[in-house]
Design a protein around this ligand. Structure first.
Ligand code: ATP
Ligand code: MG
Length: 570
């Protein structure tokens, strides 16, 4: 492609509102353009990168024996009602009606549609195992779209779904997909880690996220310094105490103290001169099983995903002021476990010691000298808080958990029977018995993978694409297009590469060399072949590697062979 005729408008200035390097650089390199909040167009240079990732994904999915389909983006509400998610999915689901008043949504994911397909197409154990995938546009009305295509509302995902006869076979499919993801992200040139993850609104029994390691990542990972344990902080477990019981408490009763207007942990801590770890934080939640109270130490935070899983809840949300008043008899800020009527859940860190300061369920009052085992009725004790970096590893118990940031580019779930049971996706097994299929689902954010690659591969001057996903691996740059021999040599190299089917840019613009070099660095072409008069007089051209800055000088007629070997290496 000749740069003079390419739709590629680079920006000299950093765009406002771009918080992370990948967003800033994708805009500056003319890869994407914002249309509305979280909604982007891919321009030719950006689309090329997206397609490169798609090709790797497709190649590896096909190699794994998965078959490609293309499902509709518009999905009838009935399917979502069958699975029970029409009511559970919330505001991320974009819903609308057709002219006849029938309800639809724009697919944020495709479990319902694929399960419907499978129940109609698969009848016998002979049709299993089956893994289907698609690369398609998803819509999620994200509460906070940001970072460009990294957290968009409309985005491209590869989603795959597996169907198996039994658990053992489903686990094999999961393993095949897990290994396929490792191959995909390795081929994309990414530094990544697979971590244990929560199953969220998709549901299911276990899952892993593939995290690209980057300081700008939205996710926090806890990774053991000694063993292989690594988990998203949403899921990461705390080391269990040896005994799940309260210790011996002294005789006595809690004391009620007046704490006017003192509500938050730091206010209570300061007012009473007590360290936060000696306070109990009591949070009231509304859930599908009614209101509950969750308790953690004052210096800890409730992990809602862990709380939801422990109690087997379909949903939970922090209670509104009215519910708090109804449940505790006091406004927000004075809740405590003593005398509560609702289901009370305590984090197991609270087994450690007493006495604690808690809210008194009375406006402007707290209790001191509370021994939970003695003074409160606690229904459940479990792991319901966010584990923190620096804590001991819950698996090997020897290592320390380190906190690292990551960008979630892929997610694999073992779904089990959740959708097949709800939607009656059954098959006839070898013994004639009719059984629900065991399912798994597997997503990759294709656009997010491009952005994550840039997040990991850039410098002050711009992007430094890994060769495998670069829109173009090579850029031929004649320093002065008006000098006949320079332009002739550059054109020759360009044509030679083109004729071997290699994607290459020729910067044939009549621009100052500085402008051309700057653009080449910004758009991140992995190898720049510079043809200048001085070096040409010495019988050489320069090949510069963008990621390392290394320059190799080479005779013009040897250069295309050399570049072909470079491509073969990657
Ligand atoms: P997140 O926690 O980042 O919102 P998720 O858990 O909702 O992600 P999944 O439902 O597992 O995501 O979707 C599969 C993949 O799709 C994710 O791993 C991610 O790469 C991509 N993805 C999800 N949401 C977005 C989005 N808003 N914009 C771009 N890519 C996304
Ligand atoms: Mg999400």
């Amino acid at each position: 492609m000749k740069l003079s005729s390419m739709l590629l408008n680079t920006l000299k200035e950093d765009p406002r509102d771009a918080e992370v390097p990948s967003h800033r650089l994708m805009l500056r390199a003319g890869m994407i353009k914002r249309l509305a909040s979280g909604i982007y167009s891919y321009l030719p240079y950006g689309l090329k990168a997206l397609r490169r990732v798609e090709n790797i994904v497709r190649d590896e999915m096909n190699r794994a024996g998965s078959q490609e389909v293309l499902l509709p983006g518009v999905q009838p509400a009935e399917l979502w009602k069958e699975s029970g998610r029409w009511d559970l999915y919330g505001k991320e689901l974009l819903r609308f009606k057709d002219r006849k008043g029938a309800e639809f949504c724009l697919g944020p994911t495709h479990e319902e549609v694929i399960t419907d397909l499978a129940r109609r197409e698969v009848t016998s154990y002979k049709d299993l195992p089956l893994i289907l995938y698609q690369i398609q546009t998803k819509f999620r009305d994200e509460i906070r779209p940001r970072f460009g295509i990294m957290r968009a509302r409309e985005f491209i995902m590869k989603d795959a779904y597996s169907f198996d006869r039994d658990d053992a076979s489903a686990e094999k499919s999961y393993e095949i997909m897990f290994n396929t993801y490792e191959r995909i992200f390795t081929r994309c040139g990414l530094d990544f880690k697979a971590v244990e993850a929560d199953t969220g609104s998709i549901g299911g029994s276990f899952s892993h996220e593939f995290m690209v390691l980057a300081d700008t990542g939205e996710d926090m990972i806890l990774s053991c310094s000694t063993c292989k344990y690594a988990a998203n902080i949403e899921k990461a477990e705390s080391l269990r105490p040896e005994k799940m019981a309260f210790g011996q408490a002294p005789k006595g009763r809690p004391e009620k103290v007046h704490t006017p207007g003192v509500r938050t942990i730091s206010q209570v801590s300061e007012f009473l001169g007590v360290r936060p770890e000696n306070l109990v934080k009591t949070m009231v939640y509304n859930t599908d099983k009614g209101p509950i109270a969750a308790m953690v130490r004052g210096d800890h935070d409730v992990n809602e995903a862990k709380l939801r899983n422990l109690l087997g809840l379909a949903w939970l949300e922090l209670a509104d002021d009215e519910t708090v008043l109804k449940v505790t008899g006091a406004p927000v800020g004075f809740a405590g476990p003593v005398g509560l009527e609702v289901n009370v859940v305590a984090d197991f860190t609270l087994l450690d010691s007493g006495p604690y300061v808690t809210g008194a369920n009375d406006k402007d009052y707290h209790l001191t000298g509370v021994w939970l085992g003695r003074d409160a009725r606690i229904n459940t004790i479990g792991d319901i808080r966010f584990t923190l970096p620096g804590e001991p590893c819950p698996k090997c118990k020897k290592g320390v958990l380190e906190g690292i940031r990551g960008i979630e580019v892929g997610h694999v779930f073992k779904l089990g029977l959740k959708y097949s049971k709800a939607m009656n996706a059954v098959f006839t097994d070898v013994d004639g018995e009719v059984k629900p299929m065991v399912m798994g689902c597997y997503g990759i954010g294709v656009g997010r993978t491009v952005a994550a690659a840039i997040e990991q591969n850039h410098d002050e001057a711009g992007i430094a694409f890994p060769v495998s996903i670069a829109p173009y691996p090579f850029l031929v740059l004649p320093v002065d297009v008006k000098q006949g021999p320079v332009m002739d040599t550059a054109s020759r190299i360009y044509k030679d590469l083109c004729s071997s089917g290699i994607d290459v840019i020729l910067d044939d613009r009549d621009e100052r060399p500085g402008v051309k070099f700057k653009d080449a660095d910004l758009i991140g072409v992995p190898y720049r072949i510079t043809v200048g008069k001085k070096s040409l007089d010495k019988g050489i051209v320069e090949v510069k590697e963008r990621s390392t800055g290394r320059v190799k000088t080479i005779a013009p007629d040897k250069v295309t062979d050399y570049l072909r070997t470079v491509l073969k290496r990657t």
